[in-house]
Each structure stands twice: as structure tokens, then as C-alpha cells.
Design a binder for this molecule. Structure first.
Ligand code: RP5
Length: 164
């Protein structure tokens, strides 16, 4: 099966966060490919990746980066495949710089933005986009939501406040 999700990130130092994307997509049975691409250090590769993504069967791109995080916006500038950006916590501003860089895209080139280090939500949002087309992914998401609700439901009651 070919990859539906293109996962890209700016540096090997992003791997601990981006690994959660892989774990979540694996749990949903969604095929993906992963590449280190930097908007600043390998800009030509970034453009080539985004321009060819749709022809290679990629239906959603998840792009993670820290600091002045231009990778998601660069991807979005060169493709109309939906791009989800993950601001990775790094450097003096602990991810706030990346969050604003990714969220504050000028009108006309949207990037869906999750919270700082929000890798799991990025993967789940990608699954929700894919679920519009693939019923099996929709079923797995529904099952995940049911399980999640059951776990919360099992933790009700005033005794919670008395546990040590
Ligand atoms: C960004 O700069 C990367 O996405 C990473 O989060 C950050 C720091 O990169 P390194 O200097 O650790 O390679 O491009």
C-alpha cells in the first residue's frame, strides 16, 4: 500500500515528538512516509517534496518544525494537499515562536495548526480528513472515541477526590 500521509520534519532533533505521529497513524492502520526536510537548510528539497506529493498519492501532509517554523507554510505554498503543522518545542521560546509561525499564515495559504508538540492530534486530524474518503479509517476513529469515552466514564464518582 502506498503512503497516504506525508510526514516531514526539520531536524533529527524533532524525532521524539514526531514519533508520536507514527505511533498514532500505526494505531489507525494508516500508511505514511517520513522524511527530514528543512525549509531553511534544504529548501529545494522542500519545494520538490510538496510539488510532487499529490502525484505520489499523498493526501495529507503533516509537517513538524521548531524555532522559525517555516516548513508547514512552505509545504502549503507548493501544494493544495491539506497541510497540518506541528510546532515543536525548541530553543529560547519553547515552541511559542513555532506556534505563531505556523498559525499566522497569511490569507490564501492555510495550514491547520495543532498545539505545541501536538503530534497525536495532528495524526488524528489527518485520520479525520482521510476518514471522509476511507470508511475503514472512519470506523477506527469511531472505535477510538468510544474507548476514550468509556475510560473517562469509568472514572466517575466522588471517591476520585478521596484517592491518595
Ligand atoms: C528546526 O529547527 C527543526 O525543526 C528543529 O525543531 C529546530 C532545531 O533544529 P536543530 O538545530 O536541532 O537541527 O528547523
Amino acid at each position: 500500500m502506498s503512503a497516504k500521509v506525508g510526514v516531514v520534519f526539520g531536524s533529527e532533533t524533532d524525532i521524539p515528538v514526531m514519533r508520536q505521529v507514527a505511533e498514532t497513524l500505526d494505531s489507525m492502520g494508516v500508511e505514511y512516509e517520513a522524511n527530514i526536510i528543512s525549509a531553511h537548510r534544504s529548501p529545494a528539497l522542500a519545494i520538490e517534496y510538496a510539488r510532487t506529493a499529490q502525484d505520489r498519492g499523498i493526501e495529507v501532509i503533516i509537517a513538524g518544525a521548531g524555532l522559525a517554523a517555516h516548513l508547514p507554510g512552505t509545504m502549503a505554498a507548493w501544494t493544495t494537499v491539506p497541510v497540518i503543522g506541528i510546532p515543536v518545542k525548541a530553543g529560547a521560546l519553547s515552541g511559542l515562536d513555532a506556534l505563531l509561525s505556523i498559525a499566522q499564515m497569511p490569507p490564501g495559504v492555510p495550514v491547520a495548526t495543532v498545539g505545541i508538540d501536538g503530534a497525536k492530534n495532528a495524526a488524528l486530524l489527518a485520520c479525520e480528513i482521510l476518514a471522509l474518503k476511507y470508511p475503514e479509517i472512519a470506523s477506527r476513529l469511531a472505535e477510538m472515541r468510544r474507548t476514550q469515552a468509556e475510560k473517562i466514564g469509568a472514572r466517575r464518582g466522588i471517591d476520585l477526590l478521596k484517592e491518595k
